[in-house]
Write a protein that binds this ligand. Structure first.
Ligand code: ZN
Length: 177
């Protein structure tokens, strides 16, 4: 038989005791609501992003932009201090674009030699490595050619088609019939 709830005295400062005075089904509902509230705010450690993720995303984005904007791997902010950067042909970083240490004619000649001998950059300036492909012009990625670093970018010998492509010129395609 249920007790007469109108005669039960609740105590102001004892919540636990007050709950025990309630009917069992209401206690069960309070129990469920309490735990639902707890799990709503609880985030397990494995569901939280790891501490290194922010920096890993930054590095990944820098590497992608390096290839996109033709910035040499050595001139990325986490690889060389700004004061130690030396001009690298084709690199589009701020340091190389505003470089005045290497003479204009010398840069011009590097471009000419590179144009005549495409292996010049990897054989004489930045050597090909077995562990990375950052000095290569392009690599094969999933069956496609992917550009990595173009030593002629920005020079007078740059490929006209790729120059127009990156500068957003319109192309008219003709079809052979
Ligand atoms: Zn540079």
């Amino acid at each position: 038989m249920n007790p007469d709830y109108s005669k039960i005295q609740f105590m102001n400062d004892d919540l636990k005791y007050n709950i025990t005075l309630l009917p069992k089904d209401i206690q069960a509902i309070i129990y469920i609501i309490t735990w639902k509230g707890f799990w709503k705010t609880y985030v397990p450690l494995t569901a939280k992003p790891p501490s290194w993720l922010h920096y890993a995303n930054y590095v990944k984005s820098e590497l992608w932009n390096a290839s996109l904007n033709n910035i040499h791997f050595l001139h990325l902010p986490f690889n060389t201090l700004p004061e130690n950067k030396k001009w690298i042909m084709g690199c589009q970083c701020d340091s190389c674009i505003s470089d005045t240490e290497v003479d204009f004619m010398e840069k011009h000649m590097h471009s000419l030699v590179q144009y005549r001998n495409p292996a010049y950059f990897t054989n004489h300036i930045a050597f090909n490595e077995s562990v990375s492909s950052w000095n290569k012009y392009h690599v094969i990625c999933a069956g496609n050619l992917l550009k990595v670093f173009d030593p002629l970018r920005g020079s007078y010998k740059e490929n006209k088609f790729t120059k127009k492509l990156r500068e957003g010129y319109k192309f008219e395609f003709t079809y052979i019939q």
